[in-house]
Write a protein that binds this ligand. Structure first.
Ligand code: FE2
Length: 434
């Protein structure tokens, strides 16, 4: 069923590449950090974390494991949520001065993405925007390998431990952009679901919707065969469109989030649900790290660019702040109503994996079925009701669209073309769902 999506296209790509770190999953596996780091050849380690985690038990477990193997560890924890170019520049300075031979990151996407980007700038200094694509930079390729990187996620959403991208807020542009290179992929991931036991329900909800959107966006992304064929294989980006590998991981991630998200948000003692969401987040990372996301992520950057007077419970960061997963999902139902006509069978399959069951509907209803299931999960987890729930009104939609339209690679990865007017209409349709 899925392979019909990848029919050959004249001039289109005829190959896809899969990149994956070595991957370990299980309760207690953070205690393996010392052995893993040694096996990667590390002796002097830069240990990245954030100010909230720095005095907590998970960082201590990793640090103790590293020290038990007689590894030299220096800590860097000056990392803000949603890291910006200042954060990365400071971290790169720390790395450049420290004579390190490896990096261990313990944290959410902000920590892992800072580790990736700062290694690039420490090892291959350049103008900050050089490694970003248009419109902000020339998409200069990262010249070579980074330090060995052992990534230990502490939230169940980002999937950054399995991706070759880093999302950084550029202060001059006042919004986030994506840096991507095969060299950014961590060498190894240690995914210990025990780290999610103490997460507030609101954090599990926002990261869970990030997971959901990663999975459904890569499942419905433009087929890789529709991207232009490239002659220089080293230039093949991992954001290459939907492909059979990303399909495989995305399907299972959709099943997991559809089944466990409401349970995992409602009950912090529901280990079955929270462990499954942690694994689902990695699966979705394996999927989108090899395919790319599309419109919901592109439009989320408009929201985090223009948000004001809004903050979110459960996050220790001053206003304005909308968690990444919330900024993505608030537009998603409207977007999938719009996109489904381009690939109705795919959208119906995605809805079924998300748990709608065997509904007997035609292709014309595919968008409504997907949107309805996402809205059901939003209501069931108490997240904001569309973009009005994060402080926006119809009057803001033009400016939101003007911001989002700059995310060209993601917009072009959607199964259907959307221009500025389309994106404005999608924000208008996303004002509220209930
Ligand atoms: Fe995301």
């Amino acid at each position: 069923m899925g392979c019909q999506y990848f029919h050959p296209v004249e001039g289109g790509a005829d190959s896809f590449t899969v990149a994956m770190p070595r991957y370990t999953f299980g309760r207690g596996c953070l205690g393996e950090a010392g052995d893993r780091a040694r096996a990667l050849g590390m002796k002097r380690i830069a240990l990245f974390t954030d100010p909230v985690l720095v005095d907590g038990p998970y960082l201590a477990r990793v640090r103790n494991s590293l020290r038990a193997r007689n590894l030299d560890v220096a800590l860097f924890c000056d990392i803000r949520i949603e890291p910006d170019d200042d954060t990365v520049t400071r971290a790169a300075g720390f790395l450049a001065a420290g004579n390190f031979d490896g990096v261990v990151s313990v944290g959410g996407g902000s920590v892992m993405d800072t580790a990736k980007a700062s290694m690039v700038h420490a090892l291959y200094p350049a103008n900050f925007t050089d490694y970003f694509g248009p419109p902000v930079g020339p998409a200069k390729p990262v010249p070579g390998p980074l330090l060995p990187h052992l990534a230990c996620p502490t939230t169940s959403g980002t999937g950054s431990e399995c991706t070759s991208v880093s999302v950084i807020r550029l202060n001059a542009w006042n919004t986030k952009f994506v840096m991507g290179s095969p060299h950014l992929l961590p060498d190894e991931a240690l995914v210990d679901p025990a780290v999610c036991d103490s997460l507030p329900g609101g954090v599990v909800a926002s990261t869970g919707f990030d997971l959901l959107c990663h999975a459904i966006e890569c499942y419905t992304a433009k087929a890789y065969t529709k991207w232009q064929r490239i002659n220089d294989v080293s230039a093949r980006t991992m954001l290459q469109g939907a492909n059979p590998w990303s399909d495989m991981a995305a399907r299972r991630a959709l099943e997991i989030v559809g089944r466990y998200l409401i349970r995992g948000v409602a009950d912090s003692s529901d280990r079955e649900a929270r462990d499954a969401l942690m694994f689902g987040a990695s699966l979705a990372g394996m999927a989108f790290g090899n395919s790319g996301t599309h419109l919901p992520h592109a439009m989320s950057y408009g929201i985090t660019h223009l948000m004001r007077d809004i903050m979110t419970e459960g996050y220790e960061i001053p206003a304005p702040f909308v968690p990444h997963g919330i900024s993505v999902v608030v537009s998603a139902p409207a977007i999938f109503r719009y996109l489904a006509s381009a690939a109705p069978a795919r959208h119906l399959e995605a809805a079924r994996y998300l748990g709608v069951g065997d509904v007997d509907v035609g292709a014309d209803d595919a968008g409504e079925v997907v949107a309805g299931r996402i809205v059901e999960l939003m209501r069931g987890t108490g997240v904001p009701n569309g973009i009005s729930g994060v402080g926006f009104a119809v009057a803001d939609t033009r400016r939101l669209a003007q911001s989002a339209i700059r995310q060209t690679r993601a917009i072009n990865n959607a199964p259907r073309v959307a221009d500025m007017d389309d994106i404005q209409r999608l924000y208008e349709a996303a004002v509220s769902y209930w």
